[in-house]
Design a protein around this ligand. Structure first.
Ligand code: CTP
Length: 367
């Protein structure tokens, strides 16, 4: 587990030095992290020594005033000096009144810090300490910590371009009805995030999903399988990796009614026609990217999945039980490649995505 060094905010009450431990540090301690609170006071070289062993510095909360100091390189107290003298990455989590956040000077400072390579985490929108509502609320400590972990992932896909499909598709029957499935998009979005964390340039072609776009990922929203196919096939040429995670509809109505269908006493028959298999089409190209597929099977998982891998000519296929995967936060999968079946233990989708990125990068290096 990473070690966190908490630097208390120091102020003076008369002659007396008062050290306040930030709330985020207290929350991290409650979350079970090992936190060493170190003030640097009494150490003439505290501004240097405190950060030397650290993997990163997070300033949380970062006030408008502190961001202004940082943008100008001021170094007149322990925290600002520590930031100027650091050799590790710096993260700031802005927290302030919404007008202070929207203020032109604050925005100018934020832009400057971003271009100086400082990672800006948040802020969120919601109730603020001043009881007003708006943008300026500090991200929760758990979110800050997740961002820190994300930034520390090995850059195994650096310089690579990754295209993914994610989520369900929606095949319209009429203006208000359609055929879809219960894919949430969680696995596809987690993989997009993990690939971006690993240094790749990532584009996700997403079916209808309420999930937030992971940081640094380009998202293209589509609705139907045909739109997903167009979006993929017009872009895939420029990519080294293609991952088909979407639960693409295998059939779509032959006719989409322009007007809402009216109810009658008779049975209704819909004629469906097959959609294009996007993954198989990409894998069949003359110079295909490294293609990865998913197979959700309800039974005989490995046998059906391996048949699918051969049929679609994929170097790597991730097989799971449909009942386990759809909508869940965790998943248990088996990797299938030319060397055989490699089962992985059950883990949450982001941990699994990071593992899969490592597996893909290793195979890509050999391909
Ligand atoms: N896939 C695709 N385009 C389709 C159907 C599937 O790109 N029209 C991709 C999925 O994104 C997934 C893989 O193919 O990576 C396997 O999808 P799955 O639905 O399990 O397989 P199907 O080929 O549709 O076979 P079946 O539904 O008969 O199991």
């Amino acid at each position: 587990m990473p070690q966190v060094i908490g630097v208390p905010r120091e102020s003076f009450a008369g002659e007396k030095r008062v050290a306040t431990v930030p709330e985020v540090v207290e929350k991290l301690i409650k979350l079970g992290f090992k936190v060493a609170v170190q003030s640097g006071a009494g150490d003439a070289m505290g501004h240097i020594s405190v950060s030397r062993g650290a993997d990163a510095i997070i300033v949380a909360p970062a006030s408008a005033d502190f961001l202004a100091k940082l943008a100008h390189g001021n170094a007149d107290d322990l925290l600002s000096t520590l930031c100027v003298a650091r050799e590790c990455p710096l993260f700031v989590a802005p927290a302030m009144n919404r007008q202070m956040w929207a203020n032109a000077a604050t925005q100018r400072n934020i832009a400057q810090l971003a271009s100086d390579g400082v990672a800006i985490l948040g802020p969120d929108t919601g109730e603020l300490a001043c009881k007003e509502n708006g943008e300026g609320r500090m991200l929760e400590p758990e979110q800050l910590f997740d961002s820190l972990i994300a930034s520390r992932q090995p850059k195994v896909l650096s310089g690579k371009r990754v295209l993914l499909t994610a989520g369900p598709t929606f095949e319209a029957i009429d203006p208000v009805r359609g055929i879809t499935n219960s894919s949430s998009g969680k696995m596809g979005f987690a993989l997009a995030q993990a690939a971006a964390e690993a240094g790749a340039e990532v584009t996700v072609i997403a079916g209808p999903s309420a999930l937030a776009t992971p940081a640094g990922v380009t998202r293209i929203d589509i609705t139907s399988a045909a739109q997903m196919a167009d979006a993929v096939l017009s872009r895939v040429d420029r990519h080294e990796v293609f991952i088909g995670v979407a639960a693409v509809a295998d059939y779509t109505p032959e006719v989409t009614h322009e007007q809402k269908l009216k109810k009658s006493k008779d049975a209704l028959t819909l004629t469906l026609k097959p959609t294009l298999d996007i993954l198989a089409t990409v894998a069949a190209r003359a110079n295909p990217p490294f293609c990865v597929g998913f197979a959700a099977e309800s039974h005989d998982v490995e046998r059906f999945a391996e048949e699918k891998r051969k049929r679609k000519k994929l170097p790597l296929l991730i097989a799971n039980r449909a009942q386990d995967a759809l909508g869940n936060d965790a998943n248990e999968v088996t990797l299938l490649d030319d060397a055989g079946a490699h089962p992985l233990p059950r883990m949450d989708k982001l941990a699994l995505a990071r593992r899969l990125v490592t597996e893909i990068a290793r195979r890509l290096a050999r391909a």
